[in-house]
Design a binder for this molecule. Structure first.
Ligand SMILES: *[C@@H]1O[C@H](CO)[C@@H](O)[C@H](O)[C@H]1NC(C)=O
Ligand SMILES: *[C@@H]1O[C@H](CO)[C@@H](O)[C@H](O)[C@H]1NC(C)=O
Ligand SMILES: *[C@@H]1O[C@H](CO)[C@@H](O)[C@H](O)[C@H]1NC(C)=O
Ligand SMILES: *[C@@H]1O[C@H](CO)[C@@H](O)[C@H](O)[C@H]1NC(C)=O
Ligand SMILES: *[C@@H]1O[C@H](CO)[C@@H](O)[C@H](O)[C@H]1NC(C)=O
Ligand SMILES: *[C@@H]1O[C@H](CO)[C@@H](O)[C@H](O)[C@H]1NC(C)=O
Ligand SMILES: *[C@@H]1O[C@H](CO)[C@@H](O)[C@H](O)[C@H]1NC(C)=O
Ligand SMILES: *[C@@H]1O[C@H](CO)[C@@H](O)[C@H](O)[C@H]1NC(C)=O
Ligand SMILES: *[C@@H]1O[C@H](CO)[C@@H](O)[C@H](O)[C@H]1NC(C)=O
Ligand SMILES: *[C@@H]1O[C@H](CO)[C@@H](O)[C@H](O)[C@H]1NC(C)=O
Ligand SMILES: *[C@@H]1O[C@H](CO)[C@@H](O)[C@H](O)[C@H]1NC(C)=O
Ligand SMILES: *[C@@H]1O[C@H](CO)[C@@H](O)[C@H](O)[C@H]1NC(C)=O
Length: 793
């Protein structure tokens, strides 16, 4: 019996629905017409609504029981069901999840005429957007309601506690997505809904509902409880759960900072458990939860603080399909996790443990895991080689082994994973020659990352990455000396990284002509010669990141780059570029970083750069710039890294740097998730690169393969600046590095220089400063480098 619990429940659910609706689908055989008063009520209700998509166009006919969304009792003619949920959904382009679409939305007011529908059992208004702000109190009069779905419908404010009147309610869905709109400070009203089976209130603000558990614990028929992102904090640990029939539990994305509550261990019918993104810690892995729930199919405890070893016998749970444990502190050796099965065939589909502390060998017994689609072992400390047996996982779509300590060669058996879409092997110690054998059959592969290993791509062989690849990272592989010819046939690439790939070629004419969709082009740290193509901005209109630093490029910086409104980052430092910077920068650009240091650029630094409001980092150091620092640069409110060092810049330092508010008091703004367009099953979608910045002491931060100077720093050293140190400088309290050395600055060091509390390095040496060292400097806690030498004092 236990083994077919899922089916039983589906059947029960179907029977239930039939009871609720008691409706006739064979409308032709019924002659019952709707009740006049109810028809009137519906028409009044319609008058309050706006319906730009004409979903209610059938609401004119005499027989209201045949109107769109309306169903009646076939004997009495009373309206039983009103289902006006928005049927249109679309793929959210950022999160890749399905969301209600504006298309088909109803709006307007919900007028109380609905009270007339005295026999209404089922009301679904979900995924519309009514301008009625609050949930109408009169819903509480719909005494016969068994199903009420107001999810994703733009309601906000407090949930009326009068809903406690709905004693027949079995389904209540008030969920939202994202930010909190609805609030309930006390779930006392819920405790009266004694028939409730489904309670879904995700993204309802329950942060003040201290006794939420006590209230919900009165619902002994509860089968499904969704309270994710509700601001829940206090979860009583000792209490017993009353709702022992619970099958679906989601309390993810709350602030639950405790041991896994005891009552969860007592629920034995759970099929779905989501505890993700809390701060749960439970010492060792909560195997008892899993052991008690032989029907468990989904277990997500990612983003918590679980510690200790992983249970070895998890694979004995025959119903399990999804195991997500990423971002915890689990450790030990899981080489036998795919061990003996308790059943003939495993149902595991997703096994995801990235970001833990696992070590030892990867598992290598996969034969019984034929349904596994996603296997993520990344960001651990696995060593040894990639097991050849992985080739047995024929359903695999995503294989993520990056950021481990794997050695050896890439097994040829990977070439048998015919459904593979994403393969990420970067940042390991893999070596050897990548032969064509691996990939000729991988017709679904769209993303391939081999970077930061010691792999060699044998360009003299016919190795070609699969045609359909969109994202390709071959950084630190030996690709060169020439650009591989196959690039010419891979026109759909959106991300190409070949940093440090031993390429000593000119940028070929064809390169910028063949990637109309490219968003990220990184060919840094090679020996590229020749010029950056002048029309690059015209030919690669989607470019977001252009990284050609650390090569031997010559010529000027193309002014066509100014046309790229999507461009976020240009890194051309450490080349032989010459000429003037383009002067065409404008406010429509959203650059974060412009790094042009270590070249032979000359002329004045263009004022127009001040329009690039979003600039975080600007580096023009070690060039041949002349003229003054345009005071307009003070408008760069987000600037946190500015280096103009080692040029021939003269004149005073503008005394308005305190207008750079980020350095004064700013908070991090989230321009950091950048998005790359990809095609999934022929549909355009977007891949979000979440950029996790980990700043190190050198002032650079490693961001999955590229570095950013996110250090708060101003370096104007080794120029010909004169005048005084502006009095405003000490207001830049976020500054970690200030270097004004080797200029001709005179006057005093500002007496409040000690206000720069975050300063780690201060160099004012080799100027013409006079006076004494301000005593306040001793109050800077982190100062590890101080140089005031060679001044007049
Ligand atoms: C119902 O309608 C059908 C045809 O539409 C008719 O033959 C039948 O007599 C009607 N029954 C009643 C009770 O009116
Ligand atoms: C409520 O409506 C939403 C959107 O239409 C749907 O996804 C959800 O499953 C419904 N809830 C219940 C409990 O049926
Ligand atoms: C609650 O139900 C009672 C009848 O049981 C009814 O008289 C009352 O009006 C309802 N309250 C609200 C707020 O609708
Ligand atoms: C959540 O609700 C509480 C109490 O009603 C309120 O004080 C708080 O501001 C709300 N939080 C948000 C983010 O809306
Ligand atoms: C369990 O639910 C019943 C009502 O269904 C209630 O009387 C009882 O107090 C609840 N027990 C706990 C521990 O809350
Ligand atoms: C609940 O779990 C605890 C500990 O796991 C156990 O001692 C207790 O007997 C269980 N109670 C029920 C009713 O299953
Ligand atoms: C898994 O192992 C633990 C401890 O060895 C044991 O208590 C538990 O019953 C096992 N679970 C299954 C499903 O075999
Ligand atoms: C990991 O466990 C397996 C099986 O218990 C054992 O064979 C292997 O040596 C272990 N590896 C390490 C590094 O401890
Ligand atoms: C590269 O491929 C060519 C042709 O297939 C082969 O002759 C050569 O040995 C390969 N080089 C390496 C290093 O494997
Ligand atoms: C590139 O994408 C287009 C549109 O999705 C597709 O028709 C074409 O086959 C793709 N080309 C390659 C080489 O994958
Ligand atoms: C860089 O290019 C110049 C000529 O443009 C050449 O003289 C120089 O040798 C190159 N540098 C290296 C390291 O190849
Ligand atoms: C930062 O400072 C500016 C100017 O002093 C002020 O207008 C702004 O409100 C401050 N912002 C914050 C977040 O404190």
């Amino acid at each position: 019996m236990a083994s077919c619990g899922g089916l039983v429940s589906t059947v029960l659910w179907a029977i239930f629905l039939i009871q609720v609706i008691e409706t006739s689908h064979s409308k032709a055989s019924t002659n019952v017409t709707c009740i006049g008063a109810e028809r009137e009520a519906l028409l009044k209700f319609k008058l309050g609504l706006t319906d730009p998509w004409r979903r209610l166009k059938s609401w004119t006919r005499e027989e209201c029981c045949e109107w769109e969304g309306v169903e009646c009792n076939k004997k009495t003619g009373h309206v039983l069901k009103l289902d006006l949920h928005n049927p249109c959904i679309e793929l959210d382009q950022i999160d890749g999840i399905l969301i209600p679409s504006y298309k088909c939305m109803l709006g307007g007011n919900i007028v109380p005429s609905l009270i007339e529908l005295e026999y209404l059992k089922y009301l679904d208004l979900s995924a519309n957007c009514f301008s009625t702000q609050k949930i109408p109190m009169f819903f509480a009069s719909l005494q016969k309601l068994e199903y009420l779905n107001l999810s994703y419908s733009c309601f906000d404010g407090h949930i009326p506690r009068q809903l406690n009147n709905l004693s027949k309610l079995q389904y209540l869905d008030l969920s939202g997505d994202g930010p909190w709109y609805l609030t309930s400070d006390n779930l006392g009203w819920v405790s009266k809904l004694s028939s409730l089976k489904y309670l879904h209130m995700s993204s309802v603000n329950l942060s003040k509902a201290k006794d939420w558990f006590g209230s919900i614990n009165m619902l002994s028929s509860l089968q499904s409880l969704e309270l994710s992102n509700c601001g829940l904090q206090d979860v009583p640990s000792s209490l017993q759960a009353n709702f022992t029939s619970l099958r679906f539990l989601d309390i993810g994305s709350n602030n639950i900072n405790s041991y896994i509550p005891q009552w969860i261990y007592n629920l034995s019918k759970l099929e779905h458990i989501d505890l993700s993104s809390n701060s749960l810690n439970g010492g060792c892995f909560p195997m008892a939860i899993i052991d008690n729930n032989q029907r468990l199919a989904f277990f997500d405890a990612s983003g918590n603080s679980l510690e200790g070893e992983f249970p070895k016998n998890m694979s004995s749970l025959c119903k399990l399909q999804v195991v997500q444990l990423s971002y915890n502190s689990l450790n030990g050796n899981i080489s036998v996790i795919f061990g003996p099965l308790g059943c003939r065939q495993s149902k595991w589909k997703i096994f995801d443990v990235y970001g833990n502390l696992f070590s030892g060998d990867l598992p290598n017994q996969f034969g019984d895991f034929k349904e596994l689609e996603l296997l993520d072992f990344s960001l651990n400390s696995f060593s040894g080689s990639i097991p050849a047996n992985l080739g047995e996982l024929t359903s695999l779509r995503g294989l993520y082994l990056q950021y481990n300590k794997l050695t050896g060669t890439i097994p040829e058996s990977i070439g048998r994973l015919l459904n593979l879409k994403e393969l990420q092997l970067q940042n390991n110690f893999l070596y050897g020659v990548v032969s064509e054998l691996h990939f000729e059959n991988l017709k679904s592969l769209t993303s391939l990352d081999f970077s930061s290993n010691e792999l060699i791509l044998n360009v003299s062989s016919t190795w070609v990455p699969p045609f359909q690849v969109r994202m390709l990272d071959l950084s630190d592989c030996k690709v060169g000396p020439n650009f591989p010819k196959w690039l010419q046939t891979h026109r759909n690439i959106t991300m190409l990284r070949m940093s440090n790939a031993s390429i000593s070629d000119g940028i070929p004419d064809w390169l910028h002509n063949i990637f109309p969709n490219i968003a990220v082009l990184d060919i840094s740290t090679n020996m590229l010669r020749g010029q950056v193509p002048q029309d690059i901005g015209d030919k690669m209109p989607q470019l977001r990141e252009l990284i050609l630093e650390d090569n031997n490029l010559t010529g000027g910086i193309p002014s066509s780059l100014c046309k790229l409104n999507e461009l976020y980052e240009i890194r051309l430092s450490k080349n032989q570029l010459s000429g003037k910077l383009p002067r065409c920068w404008g406010a429509s650009q959203a650059f974060g970083y412009l790094l042009f240091g270590d070249n032979k650029l000359n002329g004045q630094i263009p004022k127009s750069l001040c329009h690039v409001w979003s600039l975080f980092g600007l580096s023009l150091q070690k060039n041949r710039f002349v003229g003054g620092i345009p005071p307009q640069y003070c408008q760069l409110k987000h600037l946190q890294f500015l280096s103009l060092a080692q040029n021939s810049i003269s004149g005073p330092i503008p005394n308005c740097f305190d207008e750079m508010t980020y350095l004064v008091n700013g908070t991090w703004i989230d321009l950091f998730d950048f998005v790359v367009e990809v095609m999934v099953n022929g549909r355009k979608t977007y891949q979000v690169y979440e950029v996790n910045v980990m700043v190190n002491t050198k002032g650079t931060s490693q961001i999955y393969g590229f570095t950013l100077e996110s250090f708060c720093s101003i370096d104007l050293s080794a120029n010909m600046l004169d005048g005084q140190i502006p009095k405003e400088f000490p207001k830049l309290i976020r500054l970690q590095n200030l270097n004004l050395s080797r200029n001709k600055l005179s006057g005093y060091i500002p007496s409040n220089i000690g206000d720069l509390k975050n300063l780690e390095s201060l160099d004012l040496s080799r100027n013409k400063l006079s006076g004494t060292i301000p005593p306040s400097i001793s109050s800077v806690d982190f100062l590890s480098h101080l140089n005031l030498s060679f001044n007049r004092r």
